[in-house]
Design a protein around this ligand. Structure first.
Ligand SMILES: Cc1ncc(COP(=O)(O)O)c(C=O)c1O
Length: 391
């Protein structure tokens, strides 16, 4: 769908999906022809409560009429409300926070805070990691296709295999400021590490005086617990959140322990729009819905059933099905682009996960019937694509 407005053409940074989306409600999106799509991607997991959630909409509209922006040196009730809502979901050890407008910015702050609070410069990140596209976040991201066009990278970053504690141990030394890791790797295709891995990373960081940065930008609130690290014993020194926290409005936060926070010099980091009252209102309303423990139990149950449905497809074209909660990927033996397109043509929107994966990051308010519909459409599309030798 060519998108030229008075001579301005967006850079061709993303594959064109050929749709113009005009409206969203709950788990559905509509295109300009009035066709409805089941949204199993929610723009990389952003609309975690679906589109047009009434509580979030009401909070945003009310805030819009009161105050949309204020310099961060002023207190605002919306920001206080957001802080209260987030604090209720985090361990008390995470007590300091700064605001950002995106995931990459949240990671950028985390890396800066790790350096300044430890006085060290090295950062260890993982193979296949994705942390965003700004220069700091990009240096932690591992894929060559994102890095190579923009070399040289920020120095001081080492990459080790994910889910490999021996490799991590071998890379640790007294120059390491932090280890940054996604509790479940998202862009890499929903890679869930072995039980005990995150606790092992935590222990190695503690032993070496390095900080643990957990990037929960994709995992938070969709794996059946508020954070994916919740029951792992791997409490971070720095936690990055973004994507779903304001249900579609651009927001990120970097949360630190007191020890880290008190070493960050006043005025050393910030961003004009970050933590503005409008996004805080959206964030507070979103987090209040996500505070319901029943919701996380439901995510666990629905996710397990959906994983079961995908695994039961038992098609020879499928290599593996992975996931936890409502963060799921299906890995094919061949490139997935044709199948993603076929699903879209059948009214189901999904994301790629690497070259051969299809990723599902639906709203956590999706229901059993809608997940069943996605699984059925997928089964039909795989079978058709296989018949036409597209897989
Ligand atoms: C784990 C993780 N970290 C960071 C980012 C970057 O977030 P953003 O695209 O908002 O900059 C993403 C985005 O996909 C992500 O999945």
């Amino acid at each position: 769908m060519k998108d030229v407005v008075r001579g301005l053409t967006p850079l061709a940074l993303h594959a064109d999906r050929g749709l113009s989306l005009v409206r969203g409600e709950g788990c559905y999106l509509w295109d300009q022809e009035g066709r409805r799509y089941l949204d199993m991607m929610t723009n990389y997991g952003v609309n975690i409560l679906g589109h047009g959630h009434p509580a979030v909409n009401a909070a945003v509209v009310a805030q819009l009429e009161q105050l949309t922006n204020a310099h961060q040196s002023f207190d605002t009730p919306a920001r206080r409300d957001f802080l209260e809502a987030l604090a209720a979901l985090l361990t008390p050890a995470l007590s300091r926070i700064s605001f950002a407008n995106s995931g990459a910015e949240s990671v950028e702050a985390a890396l800066k805070y790790a350096r300044v609070s430890t006085g060290r410069t090295t950062v260890i990140a993982m193979h296949r990691a994705y942390h965003g596209r700004t220069f700091g976040a990009l240096a932690a991201t591992s894929e060559a296709k994102y890095r190579e066009p923009f070399t040289p990278m920020l120095p001081g970053f080492r990459h080790v295999p994910f889910d490999d504690l021996d490799a991590l141990e071998a890379a640790m030394d007294d120059t390491v400021a932090a280890v940054i890791v996604e509790p479940i790797q998202g862009e890499a295709g929903v890679r869930v590490p072995a039980d005990g891995y995150l606790a092992g990373v935590r222990a190695r960081c503690t032993a070496r005086g390095a900080l643990l940065i957990l990037d929960e930008i994709q995992t938070a609130f969709r794996t059946g617990a508020p954070c994916a690290f919740s029951a792992t014993g791997a409490d971070p020194d720095i936690l990055c959140l973004s994507k779903g926290i304001a249900n579609g409005l651009p927001m990120g936060v970097t949360v630190t322990t007191e020890v880290v926070g008190e070493r960050i010099p006043k005025g050393s980091h910030g961003s004009t729009f970050a933590g503005n009252p409008l996004v805080c209102a959206a964030g507070a309303a979103t987090l209040r819905v996500l505070a319901d423990p029943e919701l996380h139990l439901r995510v666990r149950r629905l996710g397990a059933a959906f994983l079961g449905q995908l695994r039961a497809l038992q098609r020879p074209e499928i290599r593996e099905v992975r996931g936890r909660g409502l963060m799921v990927a299906l890995e094919l033996k061949r490139p997935a682009t044709a199948l993603i397109k076929a699903l879209q043509d059948r009214g189901v929107l999904t994301l790629p996960a690497g070259a051969t994966g299809i990723r599902f990051l639906p709203s956590v308010l999706i229901d059993e019937r809608q997940l069943g519909e996605a699984a059925d459409v997928l089964a039909g599309a795989i079978s058709d694509a296989a018949d036409h030798r597209h897989l």
